[in-house]
Design a binder for this molecule. Sequence first.
Ligand code: MG
Length: 272
Amino acid sequence: MKYCRFLFEDQVHYGKVDDRAGEPWIVDLTSAPEEDLAFRLAHGRATSWSFDFEPMPLNAAALLPPVTPSKIICVGRNYRDHAKELGNEAPAEPLLFFKPPSSLLKPGGVIRMPAASARVDFEGELALVIGRRASRLPPDAPWRTFIRGYTLANDVTARDLQKKDGQWTRAKGFDTFCPVGPLVSDELDPEAGLSIETRVNGELRQHGSTLDFIFSIPELLAYITSAITLEPGDLLLTGTPAGVGPLGAGDRVEVSIPGLGVLKNTVESATN
Ligand code: MG
């Protein structure tokens, strides 16, 4: 199943997404995942609605980030070519960092380049959405049963501040630095190889495959959950392939994987 989260008549809704003539459409409303307590309190465990929903193209909807995570965990340098392009060795163990939920940005939203940075980069990534609580998973755990689905993310990074600060909290954590969406799908298999691409103003800048991960998804989940309990709705950004580069005011950046649609955002300078 594929779903999105969107505003409709000033209310947050979840929508079931299907393909119509090759384009994603919101074909019906659907109930909320368990972690979205505000939605559940407002609607109960609604499976019927007080109005008739007319299907609409996904790109005509007022989309929101499709997830409401308690935390966003990211993996650095999980593609060998990307580690090399920034002059780093492939890590011996997964390199983890957080982005705060306050950095989430909706599909179509504006990435704000902070005045504190002179170099803001795109990083197109596959993101996993956790489906049930996961703690201390062994490497041979049935990991797919802990995954609700997959979505697209852009791990926007102030590259100069990443180097200057030494630790990455500020460089990775500015407001608007985590575009996510447009939908979540469980109809994909990263271990079969997903082709991920990033375009800036229509020009192809990154092209990688999830077959090139340094650490596999079960290895990442075992490593992360040995330290941190993952909750339903949490996001795991799996790293970016080679080709990262700077964004400028007025740019359009698009991350895509077949089956997950296209995550589109624009870029502006922060006004403050
Ligand atoms: Mg990244």
